[in-house]
Design a binder for this molecule. Structure first.
Ligand code: GRF
Length: 202
């Protein structure tokens, strides 16, 4: 079983897609859900699945990234999934879990990524760019926003959309398929990090 920790900041529809995925049922165990606030709607989903919840940060009532590192070692966490997590992850944490942290980004990287490119900002930028396709990317997390090696991407036709919100809806549907697919590949040992690329066996 692949032991996962899933980081969230908002509604948690990607978290739900992973937890509800029939093909992941016997392959993964989500051992922790981590947010950057004391509450977000995604925590309700975690509660329904009886998954321990943590709020990471520096203020009172929050666990630090250093203590989270210790906890994750105790829990033997194999992979950390950023599913709509909005805070930058500290460098030390990334170094400790090199090639074990993945992120889902709601556009086709390396375009439309980087600081400030989250949520509707991404879809607005895509809309205003006149691009006819968008999509979702799952990538390893390195020290800067959205630059880690790409593991998998899926495209969606947006030639008929009339607003950034329509792009967001179309891309979210793709995200809910792509993230469980990538986690399945990792759980099956089919993801290999090479010098320039990530190879995923079919
Ligand atoms: C998703 O579009 C994700 O790619 C982005 O933030 C959104 C989070 O949605 N980074 P949810 O919380 O999983 O519903």
């Amino acid at each position: 079983m692949l032991a996962l920790a899933i980081f969230v900041s908002g509604r948690g529809s990607n978290l739900r897609a992973v937890l509800d995925s029939p093909k992941l049922k016997d392959l993964i165990k989500v051992k922790a859900v981590v947010g950057d606030k004391l509450y977000c709607p995604a925590f309700d989903i975690a509660k329904n699945f009886s998954i321990p919840i943590y709020s990471v940060g520096k203020k009172e009532g929050f666990i630090s990234f250093d203590d989270l590192t210790i906890l994750f070692k105790e829990l033997k966490i194999d992979v950390i999934v950023l599913a709509g997590f909005l805070k930058l992850i500290p460098e030390n944490f990334i170094k400790t879990f090199r090639n074990k942290i993945i992120n889902i980004h709601p556009a086709l990287l390396p375009s439309f990524g980087g600081a400030g490119m989250y949520g509707m900002n991404v879809h607005r930028a895509v809309f205003e760019s006149s691009a006819q396709v968008s999509g979702a990317s799952v990538h390893f997390v390195d020290e800067t926003y959205d630059t880690g090696k790409i593991i998998a991407q899926r495209c969606v036709d947006i030639s008929d959309v009339k607003s950034p919100e329509e792009i967001a809806e179309k891309v979210l549907r793709i995200e809910h398929q792509l993230l469980p697919d990538v986690i399945e590949k990792i759980a099956l040992g089919k993801v290999f990090v090479e010098e320039f690329r990530v190879r995923v066996e079919t």
